[in-house]
Ligand binder design. Sequence first.
Ligand code: ADP
Ligand code: ADP
Length: 222
Amino acid sequence: MIRFQQVSKAYRGGRQALQKVDFHLGKGEMAFLTGHSGAGKSTLLKLIAAVERPSDGRIFFNDHDITRIDSHQIPFLRRHIGMIFQDHRLLMDRTVFDNVALPLQIAQSPAGDVKRRVSAALDKVGLLDKAQCLPIQLSGGEQQRVGIARAVVNKPLVVLADEPTGNLDADLSQQMMGLFAEFNRVGVSVLMATHDTSLLSRHSYRRLELHQGSLREVTYGA
Ligand code: ADP
Ligand code: ADP
């Protein structure tokens, strides 16, 4: 599903964020992306979604070479990717429903489809009864679940999550992991960046470990 071949990324100003990174994440596979702050986790996720461009190497997504993807092709790539952030990035002046509907609206889905799929996504994260609320009326954990519903409403092939449990307590983090595991069970590939050691110690998913931009080892859990 995702393949990196000798991928390096240097930011302008010379900062080397990734160095010759090689890995493959299979269809339906779930993995943690670990490493200290500044190790390159966000950069790696951004390269997959073509938010950033690699300086060297090649990147494949679903057997398409996206290394030098045209900017007008990027929306088509992103249709297959659900992104989840630590700070959920909801639009605070729109309802929960409208936030989750955004990716479908960008893809110009018919209104009937939007209603059905947003309801299904909200149901999946247990927030169907909050559809008409504004994000400010929800707890932190609920806001994060809205972000998850928005990420999966398009039925993406891959979910990329960047420290999704960073602002949540242990119980809510566990709940979040349960949701990812469910998506994974229905065949969605999940790559989750985290340095939450308690989460890592509880789950035996594959681990991709970044150390100052190098992917040092790939192990299969404890
Ligand atoms: P992580 O997500 O593991 O904390 P990042 O991918 O955010 O790591 O950062 C990797 C390195 O790249 C860090 O040294 C960071 O300062 C640098 N970096 C990240 N984004 C940029 C940017 N837009 N411009 C310049 N340097 C950046
Ligand atoms: P390529 O020749 O670049 O491998 P195609 O010509 O088959 O790709 O498709 C054109 C573009 O459409 C691709 O570069 C890719 O950005 C996008 N695309 C189409 N389908 C998919 C998909 N299932 N996953 C990812 N990108 C896709």
